[in-house]
Design a protein around this ligand. Structure first.
Ligand code: FES
Length: 85
């Protein structure tokens, strides 16, 4: 499917670069000439880069929320007794 009509760039071109290590829009733009004319392709290219990336880096950069942290801080109901010397 064509993503950038102005430069004839397809989703296959973008996915191949992501597979080869390109991880952001800037490097895709530099390598393919994407968005160098009307730039209407930027939004779709970003979506393809994100869905093609092996690791979703946005998720890794988010601070943890209290909803997904389970600290399980329960204390044992009885503590072992220590004899003092
Ligand atoms: S559609 Fe990509 S620069 Fe025009």
């Amino acid at each position: 499917m064509y993503v950038c009509i102005c430069k004839g760039i397809t989703d296959t071109h973008i996915k191949a670069l992501v597979r080869d290590g390109a991880s952001d829009l800037k490097s895709i733009m530099k390598n393919l000439g994407l968005a160098s004319q009307c730039a209407k392709c930027v939004k779709q290219a970003k979506a393809i880069i994100e869905e093609s990336s092996p690791v979703n880096t946005d998720a890794l950069l988010q601070p943890p929320t209290t909803n997904n942290v389970n600290l399980n801080l329960q204390m044992p109901s009885t503590l072992p007794l220590r004899k003092s010397a």
